[in-house]
Design a protein around this ligand. Structure first.
Ligand SMILES: [Zn+2]
Length: 121
């Protein structure tokens, strides 16, 4: 379950940014090549975040595509499928690049003050 290792790194980053603030959410961009499963990622994050300021954070996972470069027709396209073939000519002789990032894009913090946000729905 490689999600746990990824989440431990993310939680550490969030802790550094949050300081004493409570964290309500975090948006994470993860390349499709990591092949993370949203549900497993959520569970791993909860495990890694337990006992930290990020333990109540809601994770917003954004999967980013990889680039497919076709050796036959030279086209470059993006795909979320790690087994992609060229969508232009159908060739399987393609080179895949990117799609391996893991980026903490933004963190949202609990608001301090008299107004307590509700949770409609
Ligand atoms: Zn092609």
């Amino acid at each position: 379950m490689h999600e746990l290792g990824m989440c431990e790194g993310l939680v550490e980053l969030i802790r550094q940014q949050a300081g004493d603030r409570g964290v309500t959410g975090a948006r994470v961009r993860v390349g499709t090549r990591h092949a993370v499963v949203g549900e497993a990622f959520d569970q791993a994050f909860a495990l890694a975040a337990a006992g930290t300021p990020a333990e109540d954070a809601v994770l917003d996972l954004v999967v980013t595509p990889l680039t497919v470069t076709c050796r036959d027709c030279g086209s470059r396209t993006e795909s979320l499928d790690v087994l992609a073939v060229c969508p232009v000519c159908g060739s399987a002789d393609v080179e895949l690049s990117g799609g391996d990032e893991l980026v903490l894009e933004s963190v949202s913090y609990r608001e301090e003050g008299p107004h307590v946000p509700g949770h409609p729905g």
